[in-house]
Every structure is written in C-alpha cells, then in structure tokens.
Write a protein that binds this ligand. Structure first.
Ligand code: ZN
Ligand code: ZN
Ligand code: ZN
Length: 338
C-alpha cells in the first residue's frame, strides 16, 4: 500500500480515510487516480452509494452509484441485518485493499459484474451455511471470518500459522488469476511451465481433497510449498502462492512508501553496518530483486513483533522451489500488465 497525504494539509492519512484528523477536510479515495482526494476538489465525483452503510471511502462514477469495488459484490447481507452489515464493512475494507493492489500491479479489474469475471458474494452464515471458495470468477466468503474468535478457533483447529480475511480474499481471487494471468495469456509455453512448477490443475479435485484430509500434508511439504494447504492440489498451490505474492508485494510497497530501511543479516553481523538499504518500491517483473529486500524486512518485522510479545508477524519460510513459483507468478503479472 502507498502512503497517502491529505490533499489540503499534506499530513499522512490512511487508505481508509474519510476525514483528515489534522485539518478536518472531508476525504475520499479516487480509484481512477488511485489517490486520496479532498471531497471539495472532487466536485464532479460522488461518494459510493455504500458510504453510509459500510463506511466505503471510494468515489463512485455517478450520483447514487456504487464505487468500482462495491459494484463487484453481487450478494451481501440485507441492510437491516446489523451484524451482517458490520462484518460486511470489514470484508469490503479488505477487498478494497486487494483491488487496489491489482490496480497498482496493472492486473485487469472489471468495472461491472459480468459472467466469468471477478465478482464477490459476501454472505453471512448465521442463517444458512456458506462455503468460502471460488467458481468461474465468483469469490464467495463466509462473513463469520470477520469474527476474531471464530477465525482464531478455526486457525488453531486447522493448525494454520496465518489466517486473515484479507488472506482469504487474496487466495480466492488467486484462483481467478489463474484464468486471467495464465490461461488468457494464450502462452502455451507459460502454461506448460506453470504445470511443471505447480502440477497439473486438471487433476481430480475431489480425490485430492479426500487424500489431504485423510493423510494430511507430506512431512517435507515446506521444501516445495508455501503452506501445508498448498500441497492439497495444484490449483491450491497456485492460489496460495499468488496470495503470498500479493502479501509480499503489498508489504514491500508499504515499507517503501514509509521510507523503511532495513539492514540484512550480513549487515547486522557487520558492526560498521554501513550497507543498510532503503526498501525500494516493488516493480512487477522484477520480483527477484524485491525478494532480496523482503527477507531482511521480514526478519526485522518478526523481531519487532516478538519485542511486543506477539508471535511472528510473517510465519513463513520460503524454500528455493517456492521462490521459483513466486517469480513465475510475477512474470505472469508483468505480462498481464504489459
Ligand atoms: Zn488535512
Ligand atoms: Zn464502495
Ligand atoms: Zn482455494
């Protein structure tokens, strides 16, 4: 995420800002310019129709219309479902961040809901069961994941080191990015390379699912996969890796925006410590360089988290085979952007 400034007083404001805490200016996010703008400067732009309901701060293309993030959600809790709407607000906040990442990367994002294109069903499982998943562009998520106690219970039950709403959305959107980045590239060599790296995504999914829940992941999964779940099926490996690419990309962009400098392990061991480097903004197609910055930054983030009594902020180890997969995702992102 980039660091944004109030358009009036130039103080730092968050991506979610609706008002500047310093000068009081009413602010909104303009998805076309990808900037926080003053509402007074943006006379011909309208607030999202969801602004009051869920606190969406994106501008809409016309009066009474939804913004380009909210318009992609086709199904959601009813306006009078107070708990559902509160959880929807949290999920939509995470979704706006994800869509911002895609726009920054140059990955195509549709402007309206269309068959086979990216869209969302954000549903409350309070009334009927909801299965989080992806099918033909449609991402479905159970809004119960917004409940911290529920999500943490599942995380422990499933023995996952990391479980967040943003992570769910990145994973499910990652499934759709298989179509957008690999299949639609029309590049047969790239498709063959993807299958060599991740496995053949046409493999029987039901059988893979049964095997995964009966036997669990292989003991040496971390040598080849970013997560234990990624071992389940090639399509899950791609989705987990693509979600991870978005995590790292966003975190590096944030670090670069805040002018973070980190000494790597070599510099920490070096008492002179003169080689400490400032994090540079990640550039699609040059992920190998980004990863060199990510490793020292993630060590530092984990160390900071432990100082505050928390576990690792970044509970992952990236084996060489995983780095190859991440670099492949990066190449496909750069290709789609070009
Ligand atoms: Zn201000
Ligand atoms: Zn909106
Ligand atoms: Zn999946």
């Amino acid at each position: 995420m980039r660091a944004f400034a109030c358009s009036v007083c130039r103080r730092l404001v968050p991506f979610e800002a609706t008002r500047c805490l310093h000068c009081g200016a009413a602010l909104a996010f303009d998805p076309e310019r990808r900037e926080i703008v003053g509402r007074r400067d943006a006379e011909r732009r309208w607030p999202c129709a969801n602004a009051m309901l869920i606190g969406c701060n994106w501008l809409a293309p016309a009066e009474g219309a939804l913004c380009r993030a909210c318009v992609l959600t086709g199904t959601r809790p009813a306006d009078d479902d107070a708990e559902g709407i509160e959880r929807l607000a949290g999920a939509e906040r995470a979704k706006r961040r994800l869509l911002f990442d895609l726009l920054e990367l140059g990955v195509p994002v549709p402007r309206e809901r269309r068959e086979g294109e990216l869209s969302f069903a954000l549903l409350s499982s309070a009334a009927a069961p909801v299965t989080t998943g992806h099918a033909d562009g449609l991402v479905t998520m159970d809004l119960a994941e917004e409940d911290d106690a529920h999500r943490e219970r599942l995380r422990l039950q499933l023995d996952e080191p990391y479980r967040t709403v943003l992570g769910h959305l990145r994973h499910e959107v990652g499934h759709h990015l298989w179509t957008v980045l690999v299949l639609r590239s029309g590049d047969d060599a790239a498709l063959a390379e993807a299958r060599a790296l991740f496995g053949d995504e046409r493999a029987d999914y039901g059988a893979a699912l049964d095997r995964h829940y009966a036997e669990g992941p292989p003991a040496d999964w971390a040598d080849r996969h970013v997560s234990a779940y990624a071992t389940m099926h090639p399509a899950e490996d791609w989705a987990e890796t693509t979600a991870h690419y978005l995590h790292v990309w966003d975190a590096l962009q944030t670090a670069a925006s805040f002018r973070v400098s980190v000494a790597g392990p070599e510099q920490v061991a070096d008492p002179a410590g003169t080689a400490a480097g400032r994090i540079a903004p990640p550039v699609p197609g040059r992920f190998a360089e980004a990863l060199e910055q990510w490793l020292p930054l993630s060590y530092a983030l984990n160390a900071l988290n432990r100082s505050l009594g928390h576990g690792d902020l970044y509970p992952f180890v990236l084996a060489p085979a995983v780095l190859d997969k991440l670099r492949f995702v990066d190449r496909m992102v750069a290709g789609a952007a070009a």
